[in-house]
Design a protein around this ligand. Structure first.
Ligand code: PLP
Length: 299
């Protein structure tokens, strides 16, 4: 596939070149090296240059005053709000310091069950080293010629020792999207003894159908999502995952303090972000227009 086609395909990031910095005026000036490249917009790891939303900024400023207390109530409130949004209950929701914490915990959980993990190649790899160190080999399955996740070959790679399959949809770094019916068919077809870790960090940019509605009926499904991308809060470090409550409990058991990875200020920002639909709609519209392909595989 030509790079041009890849560019068109991907909405994983926004255009870096040729746009006025005014477009991104909402972003703070940032570290010093930004001054040296005054005409460029820093995109770094597919971050959202517009965020956080005005409502989130206000909520975070206010939350500073409560920093003498542990944010148990705020984290519970966020879990409740997320659960309601997906028609689940809060025991289906785990909060982490970004979704990467939760991808890590899910893969550690799988690795502790002694077996292998199957994943497409290339994909987002941040979680792989920890799983490998615990002893789980990662079986990598090449993408299709069109740079899409090859569900058929992923399925064929699953063996009696497979404990988890990781899928990123849209896939990072190729931006390709798995059609909803194919992904649903895959999830329904995989043995219930194999965990399916679905990384939905970018679904909101593409109108990619989410598989969160399958969580209720599929105890082996974990869906990881983040406030880092469409909500523009990468530096605040808030992510969440949805799964059956037994799985959530197992993931919580691997956290020193369950759901306490994200701080009170960040949690307050995340809650407010959920209530700022017009801001996320604006981000989506602008980023869909100004697209460039940025590989961030976490290697
Ligand atoms: C596909 C994918 N998943 C997860 C993450 C981790 O995001 P965070 O830990 O900020 O939620 C990233 C970050 O770039 C990503 O690209």
């Amino acid at each position: 596939m030509h790079r041009r086609e890849l560019l068109k395909q991907s909405v994983l990031a926004v255009a870096a070149f040729g746009f006025s910095r005014d477009l991104f005026a909402a972003e703070s000036p940032g570290p010093k090296y930004n001054d040296q490249v005054a005409d460029l917009i820093k995109l770094s790891s597919n971050e959202n240059p517009y965020g956080p939303s005005p409502k989130a900024r206000k909520a975070m400023s206010k939350a500073v005053n409560g920093c003498n207390r542990y944010p148990w109530e705020t984290t519970t409130l966020l879990r409740d709000k997320i659960a309601t949004a997906y028609q689940l209950t809060k025991d289906h929701v785990i909060i982490g310091a970004g979704s990467s914490e939760l991808l890590g915990l899910a893969s550690v959980l799988a690795a502790l069950k002694k077996g292998n993990i199957v994943a497409p190649d290339p994909t987002f790899r941040l979680w792989m080293p920890a799983a490998k160190k615990i002893g789980a080999p990662v079986k990598l399955v090449p993408l299709t010629q069109e740079k899409g996740v090859d569900l058929q070959r992923l399925k064929e790679a699953i063996d009696a020792n497979t404990r988890m399959v990781y899928i990123c949809n849209p896939n990072n770094p190729t931006g390709t999207v798995i059609p909803a019916d194919e992904l649903e068919g895959f999830i329904k077809g995989v043995s219930p003894s194999v965990t399916i870790l679905l990384d939905e960090a970018y679904t909101e940019f593409e109108d990619t159908p989410s598989v969160t509605h399958l969580v209720k009926d599929h105890p082996n499904l974990i869906v990881a999502k983040t406030f880092s991308k469409i909500y523009g809060m990468a530096g605040a470090r808030v992510g969440y995952a949805l799964a059956h409550k037994e799985t959530i409990q197992q993931l919580n058991d691997l956290q020193p303090w369950a759901n306490a990875g994200a701080g009170g200020i960040s949690l307050a920002g995340a809650i407010a972000s959920l209530e700022d639909a017009s801001f996320t709609a604006m981000c989506k519209k602008k980023m869909q227009k100004h697209v460039i392909f940025l590989p961030v595989t976490g290697s």
